[in-house]
Design a protein around this ligand. Sequence first.
Ligand code: MF3
Ligand code: CO
Ligand code: CO
Length: 267
Amino acid sequence: MSIGSEAPIDVMVAEKMAIEILSPREQVKLRRAARCAALTLAHVKSKLSAGVTTAEIDRWAREHTKSSGARPSQLGYKGFPAAVCTSRNAVVCHGIPRDDEVLGRGDIVNVDVTSELDGFHGDLSETIAIGALSREAAHGTDVSRRCLDAAILVVRDGARLGDIGAAIEALASREGCSVVTDFDGHGIGRRMHMDPHVSHAGFAGTGARLRAGMAFTIEPLINLGSPAVRVLEDQWTVVTEDGSLSAQFEHTVLVTREGCEVLTRLP
Ligand code: MF3
Ligand code: CO
Ligand code: CO
């Protein structure tokens, strides 16, 4: 996800005017990149079990991405040292895979895969359960998935960006969870992070109008406790301030006349 306050306000406002509309040819390329990332995540997911290290996840993702003819977009991005982000339990996002981080029964781990294929990027993530979950962990994961689904349902030509955040916030609060507002979804295409910022909280009927051919990610970060987060000394790992669990799901979507195509969803 992109950091909400990356650009100075005036630049952000100026850029908001110009959310790219992809041509049919560009849409084909984006579709391929998104599918490629989704296949890599599915591959990695099929190998997860208790005892696996997050460094192994990274290795499997690298190998699979390479064998697909793609490149891991995250590797080296602003100095990020791995191909995927692996964010376990109270890690909100941007967890760095490690040799000494072993997945245990009852853990939840978000694996975030972003792949560049033929000049376009596809980005998705999923929170995966390792063995049976506590009722709490199951709830957070379930709410997080449903928040993404609810957001996807409001996307269509003519809807507004604020509709997305409003749908997420309403569901999360109804379920007793909180929405992290330090990180946003983002436009995606020839770059991994583009305009617009897609806020996961906000007001329906506000913000830029969505048009068919726009592509962006939706990736709500849902905490069981407070929405406050902090960054560890490694300058990447984001954790919940209160130590509560956090879960996230992400898809890359393409706006259409009637709704949207979820480009990172495998049939
Ligand atoms: N894939 C992440 C996202 O959803 C990007 C994380 S940036 C990284 O936007 F550098 F941490 F990889
Ligand atoms: Co993203
Ligand atoms: Co991502």
